[in-house]
Unconditional design. Structure first.
Length: 185
């Protein structure tokens, strides 16, 4: 099987179901951003983090492929059976965040990204996840999008923020608190 097909050389691509759309189509932007997010999560997994965190992130990567499949399918024409996202997938993210938060100090300030390379990767992934969520919400205003996809992306960005805090705590790295500069009188 060849990797290249030459079918996209004119700036169009096919959705699952056969519909041809321009490569700048909102549906393509949505699942392309989910793919970008998945790559950043792979980068986080490649860092020196706990086995549990690596395994949890691998599950997230699997869910992101599910989300990408859902977003890549033409809701009106696709007859292909694609994987489903479940309410339990969202609940799993929530439970993991709840468990992590029991080990963290109370959040009293906004946190600036940084502290270590791995923490920064978490913040980059969080920002990409928020962009994926925004694009998907926009797509949902124009076309059918499974509601759980939007909810999952929302929770995932919260999880990535929580993971960044956990990694700081695990490695005794002080959180980079934002202390607003107030106007001088």
């Amino acid at each position: 099987m060849k990797i290249y097909t030459k079918t996209g050389d004119k700036g169009f691509t096919s959705l699952i179901g056969g519909t041809r759309v321009p490569k700048h189509h909102l549906r393509i932007e949505s699942y392309g951003t989910v793919d970008e997010l998945n790559s950043y999560i792979g980068l986080i997994r490649d860092q020196d983090i706990t086995t549990h965190d690596k395994e949890f992130l691998k599950e997230i990567q699997d869910r992101l492929f599910t989300i990408g499949s859902s977003l890549a399918a033409d809701p009106e024409k696709s007859r292909m059976v694609i994987p489903d996202l479940y309410t339990e997938d969202i609940e799993t993210l929530e439970k993991e965040m709840d468990q992590i938060n029991t080990q963290l100090p109370e959040l009293k300030h906004f946190i600036l990204p940084g502290g270590s390379t791995t923490i920064s990767y978490c913040h980059i992934a969080r920002c990409v996840c928020r962009r994926a969520e925004r694009l998907t919400v926009h797509l949902a205003n124009e076309s059918e999008v499974e509601e759980k996809v939007i909810i999952y992306l929302n929770r995932l960005s919260d999880y990535l923020f929580t993971l960044a805090r956990k990694l700081a705590n695990d490695n005794q790295i002080p959180e980079n608190q934002w202390i607003p500069r107030l106007k001088k009188n």
